[in-house]
Ligand binder design. Structure first.
Ligand code: GLU
Ligand code: ZN
Length: 478
């Protein structure tokens, strides 16, 4: 059989926020499609009408857009294709691969209890498998509406060679005749999913390991329809740093929250790629073109991956540093606008401050707290101020810094640094001892962008004013 061009799909169920696990699945499919020159289909599996919402569809589209994951076909919505599933189910009934089941929920519950007591596998007994026309007519006369069940051959085993997990096999006797169409005509996941994959000509199914157990049923649908089978790659689970399944406890699990905190899409792609895949066991920081070039299923791990926000934050700092300075300023401006920060209004100031913070920020959301003092009055942190007031060297440090700064001729970082270092020599104070109180005086905090650059941006007058204001507190409180 000729090799088919790679075609993959991302079929989220729009029942909630698109979380980190789904985003990784989407990314792997996208990387694989782009790496191979194949194509990606986007499909919403929205047949669970009670739980699917348009909001979830919109949110998923926003996340994909933010992540730069584009698709070549779709988005398809399964609820728009209901007649297709009905027709194919009918065809399977006609061909004998499926049959109508008239059992009521109560009957199925009772059957289940009996099987449990008898320690039989909890699968459907198959009692409607071979109903006669008369029996069917009688059920229908009672007003029962049938579901359609797939006739799953209990003999032998289903075996796949999973691209990640290797050979996996299932005992067919434990699969049971599963429902493909409910009595209301809505298809089940186990049926609509392979029907759509067959229609689209999907060649590779890359999805979470939690779906591994649905493979034999879905493959049976392929076989009944005589369709070419895809290869499967079941991706490892994602755990929190405590090795428990990733959940809210571990921080944000919805991808949009990371965008809102000021993570770059570039970082997110890099980080998600590394949960369960590696290039060479040592390379961490990768651009998206590098990921596309390097991504192969062979290097997807079998063991679970860990989602660690601390590592993500570190990686974002790396990506922020990698940005060309103009682009960094644009990202920062765009972030401030999106997050509704008052600092966004002063574009020019943002552009001036950007180079001073580029090396220091790990997420853009830190900017306001970190550099807000360059846009307006400093907000004084009590602990930082307390530290100055308790420091016996601080009055001398502030005083000599004031004198030195008054004498600076050209108000630039080099001259300011020279002047302040001169003050250290004159007073015999170590740079740390002299600079610390000055930093707190101008920024209100112990952690701030570079001191000399900050003084340049504030200007001499404002800088001296802030130093004097803190100095006066010694008279009052010290
Ligand atoms: N709608 C399924 C889910 O989100 C997709 C399963 C699959 O990829 O086959 O879990
Ligand atoms: Zn039945």
């Amino acid at each position: 059989m000729p090799e088919r061009p790679v075609k993959v799909r991302f079929p989220p169920s729009p029942t909630g926020l698109l979380h980190v696990g789904s985003a990784r699945t989407a990314l792997y499919n996208w990387l694989y499609a782009r790496h191979t020159g194949g194509s990606l289909v986007l499909r919403f599996e929205d047949t669970d009408r009670a739980r699917s919402t348009d909001d979830a569809v919109d949110q998923a589209l926003r996340v994909l857009e933010w992540l730069g994951i584009d698709w070549d076909e779709g988005p398809i919505r399964q609820t728009e294709r209901l007649p297709v599933y009905g027709e194919i189910a009918e065809r399977l009934v006609t061909e004998g691969s499926a049959y109508r089941c008239y059992c009521t929920t109560q009957e199925l519950d009772a059957e289940r209890k009996q099987r449990q007591a008898a320690q039989l596998p909890l699968i459907y007994s198959g009692r409607c498998r071979d109903l006669t026309d008369e029996q069917r007519a009688a059920f229908e006369a009672e007003g029962r509406t049938p579901a359609v069940r797939f006739r799953f051959d209990p003999a032998g085993e289903t075996v796949i060679e999973d691209m990640v997990r290797g050979v996996v096999q299932w005992d067919n006797a434990l699969q049971g005749d599963f429902i493909i169409l409910r009595s209301d005509g809505i298809p089940t996941y186990q049926f609509a999913n392979p029907v759509d994959d067959i229609d689209a000509g999907i060649t590779h199914v890359l999805r979470g390991e939690d779906l591994l157990s649905s493979t034999p049923r879905q493959l049976a649908v392929y076989r009944a329809l005589g369709a070419p089978e895809p290869l499967f790659a079941h991706l490892p689970m994602i755990l929190g740093p405590d090795k428990k399944r990733l959940s809210k406890r571990h921080g944000a699990v919805s991808v949009e929250e990371y965008r809102d905190l000021g993570y770059l899409a570039e970082t997110m792609r890099n980080y998600l790629a590394l949960i369960g895949w590696s290039f060479d066991d040592k390379t961490t920081v990768m651009t998206t073109p590098e990921l596309v070039e390097r991504f192969t299923i062979e290097r997807v791990n079998r063991s679970p991956g860990v989602f660690d926000v601390a590592k993500l934050e570190w990686l974002n700092g790396e990506h922020l540093r990698l940005l060309e300075p103009g682009r960094f300023a644009e990202e920062l401006q765009a972030y401030l606008e999106r997050s509704g920060s008052p600092l966004a209004a002063d574009r020019e100031r943002v552009a001036e401050v950007a180079p001073v913070v580029q090396d220091k920020l790990r997420v853009l959301g830190q900017f306001e707290g970190f550099a807000g003092f360059l846009f307006g009055p400093a907000v004084y942190d009590d602990e930082a101020v307390g530290r100055v007031l308790d420091d016996p060297d601080a009055p001398r440090a502030l005083e000599s810094a004031t004198e030195a700064l008054r004498r600076v001729v050209e108000w630039d970082a080099g001259s300011i640094e020279e002047a302040l270092r001169g003050a250290c020599e004159e007073t015999g104070l170590k740079p740390r001892v002299l600079f610390g109180p000055v930093r707190i005086a101008i920024s209100g905090r112990t952690v701030a962008p570079g001191l000399f650059e900050s003084l340049v941006l504030l200007g001499r007058e404002e800088s001296l004013e802030r130093i004097a204001t803190l100095g006066r507190r010694f008279a009052v409180e010290g």
